[in-house]
Design a protein around this ligand. Sequence first.
Ligand code: TYD
Length: 133
Amino acid sequence: MTKAIIIDLPKIEDPRGNLSIIEEEINIPFKIERTYWIYDVPGGQVRGGHAFKAQQELIVALSGSFDVVVDDGKEKQTFSLNRSYYGLYIPPGFWRQMQNFSTNSLALVLSSTPFSEADYIRDYQDFLKAGRS
Ligand code: TYD
């Protein structure tokens, strides 16, 4: 996949409570090397604000809501995540920023790579220079 998309994760509805599932290479297009989560975000704070050279990721609002702005250097697209059965898939090479976190929101991030600072592009001008096309 070459663009950011919302993946509708399976949802097993049950009067006892709902259940959703992520299986690597089945409902997301990569193998999961790393999982991290972002929580206790003070009101008004912004996370992200960088691109990855190789990392693919899936972002899920497990609780609460937040927006992810995905930028290919030409256009910005804002995805509002507010359901725990929506996964935002972001391929490598997109600038992305997370903002508008609601109180007690919990952002789960599944990553296709181990952590590597060398995979980050943290300077927006460098990102534009690297260019996607
Ligand atoms: P960073 O990815 O810059 O956070 P965000 O994009 O959400 O604002 O990571 C913040 C710090 O945490 C940075 O010093 C790198 C470190 N970090 C790790 O050590 N391992 C990881 O898997 C991640 C995601 C971050």
